[in-house]
Design a protein around this ligand. Structure first.
Ligand SMILES: O=C(O)CCC(=O)C(=O)O
Length: 267
């Protein structure tokens, strides 16, 4: 039984906002207590990633991209199968979409401004045209985002610009890019082509931003994946199994480092 907080009209409104601005924010959507638990469980993962020599793979100093294991508390259908979000996702990237990414971006003290970028190239680069959306990022912070701890900055309405148009705006200093301050519980639905950048975290407390990737059913993103533990497949809903169908099924998570190589991410 779907569990919607928003009416069909409101879902349409959010969809239109993403189509127009490249993103929308659902305020106070997830349980802050659940995400506080995620944050507590994530901290040791971040620490082991860094201690194991995990790189920042070109994201900039003191800025880490860490995949979350598809286990508790992160494999939570209340989050990745949220009915409102999935309705908006379906309106944007079509029926039978796939979920291909469950990860985090975390700037630490010592991080800097990233170059302004988008996360995906156009589908038809030779044609110099942009298309309707094909790849979405659902971003939600695991802590409150403040001016001090590295808010994501985003430039509304830039997801359909050509490379030449984007370069001109940036070079002439005419790009209107602004920070998005999100509370723990707020959710951003973002067309990954909207121009954005990470900003410096000036505090000693990490600022993890979770990201769930949903794409059109025919889009394969070899750079990301979610290792699906075989033992938990039976617990998934029919919808979840369908959404997650292209991810590798494994007996033990983390044994195959080749499953993810997300080091080219900025276009
Ligand atoms: O969460 C952030 O600070 C943004 C990171 C980002 O845009 C990226 O690494 O592509």
């Amino acid at each position: 039984m779907p569990n919607h907080r928003y009416s069909p009209q409101e879902i349409t409104g959010f969809t239109q906002k993403v189509l127009q601005d490249g993103y929308c924010v659902l305020q106070n959507h997830f349980s802050p207590a659940v995400l506080e638990h995620w944050n507590e469980q994530f901290m040791p993962l971040l620490r082991s990633y860094i201690d194991a020599g995990g790189t920042t793979v070109g994201r900039g100093a003191a800025r880490y991209y860490v995949t979350l294991p598809f286990t508790q508390p992160f494999a939570d259908p209340m989050i990745f199968e949220d009915d409102d979000i999935l309705s908006i996702v379906e309106s944007l990237v079509g029926e039978d979409f796939v979920m291909c990414q469950l990860a985090t971006d975390t700037p630490l003290l010592g991080s800097d401004f990233q170059d302004i970028h988008r996360d995906a190239p156009p589908l038809f680069p030779e044609a110099g045209i942009e298309t309707p959306p094909f790849q979405l990022a659902i971003n939600f912070p695991l802590v409150d985002v403040t001016p001090e701890n590295g808010p994501l900055e985003i430039a509304p309405g830039t997801h359909l610009l050509t490379k030449a148009e984007r370069t001109e705006l940036v070079e002439k200093g005419q790009l209107k890019i602004a920070p998005v301050y999100m509370k723990r519980g707020d959710v951003m639905i973002r067309d990954v082509r909207a121009l954005h950048r990470g900003t410096p975290n000036h505090t000693p407390i990490p600022r993890p931003m979770a990201v769930i990737g949903y794409s059109r059913k025919w889009l394969f993103r070899p750079e990301v994946s979610i290792e699906m533990p075989r033992s938990t497949l039976g617990e998934l809903s029919h919808r979840a199994r369908r959404m997650l169908r292209y991810n590798p099924v494994v007996d033990i998570i983390g044994q195959n480092p080749k499953n993810e190589t997300y080091d080219t991410f900025a276009y």
